[in-house]
Design a protein around this ligand. Sequence first.
Ligand SMILES: Nc1ncnc2c1ncn2[C@@H]1O[C@H](COP(=O)(O)OP(=O)(O)OP(=O)(O)O)[C@@H](O)[C@H]1O
Length: 303
Amino acid sequence: MVRSLAKVVHKASSPAVLEQVSKHYGRVKALEELSLEVTEGELLALLGPNGAGKSTAISLLAGLRRPDRGRAWLFGLDPRDPQARANLGVTPQETGLPNELRVHEVLELVQAHYPNPTPRRELLERFGLGGLERRQCGGLSGGQKRRLAVALAFAGNPRLVILDEPTTGLDVEARRSLWEGVKRYQAQGGTVLLTTHYLEEAEALASRIAVIDRGRLIAEGTVGQIKARVGLKQVRFAAAELPPLEGVSRLEREGDTFTLYTPEADTVVRQLVQKSVAFKGLEVRSVSLEEAFVALTGEPQKE
Ligand SMILES: Nc1ncnc2c1ncn2[C@@H]1O[C@H](COP(=O)(O)OP(=O)(O)OP(=O)(O)O)[C@@H](O)[C@H]1O
């Protein structure tokens, strides 16, 4: 009795919880027994390759879809409960703004749905939109549109904001300006769940990272802990044979070309020299997050 009560209190105190959720689209398994908790005041970055299930997880928390199994909680309530969603702001992946409406009109339209909206000035300033109030949305640049779409997620003065790949397609400057707005919200006590393909973005913003792949949680921890796991280097060279090597997360062979993934490229190259491997055309480079995920989640080492 005490235990189940503790469980309820725990869920009620967290802005968002997924508890062992599974979601299938026909034969496609989008999520498999995924558990995730976003705690008050944190910025949790949800990372994963294309099709990992990030958007599906978000849609369950936003009450847009229901899990086939398991439960989703938003402020201790069913996410489809309007009372729970009144405290939530969401930016979808796609930016659909009416071309004819002016920036201030769009903001007012969204603010009007909330009892205690964030002041317009603050939103404009926070997301670098000052001076654009009277511009029609159709006349905004891609980066400005994206910043406005993200600002809208904050318009209702929410306690939790879900940002689904907010900076995809933005240049470095626009991305940084958006990060500043998100950081300021979090500094004022806001909670954020962010999905992104960019490790750099998670690094700049996240207090914690969860990595999902094929609908399952495969890693979770601080930025440092995740970086240590996905911060792999790729070592590639041609050689006739390869002795066993230490510190290799994954090994691929195509003809006489070997591709090794390792967190310790220097150590691997040193072993090649020490073991007198006659290698040619050595290349060492950092892998993309995508490749790191494949190396992490792929089959075990094989030739
Ligand atoms: N409406 C749908 N109907 C059928 N399959 C779907 C649907 N939505 C998503 N899927 C599939 O479910 C899986 C998870 O998709 P989801 O969009 O949640 O992943 P994601 O991690 O957000 O991907 P991305 O990074 O590409 O946005 C994928 O295999 C996808 O093709």
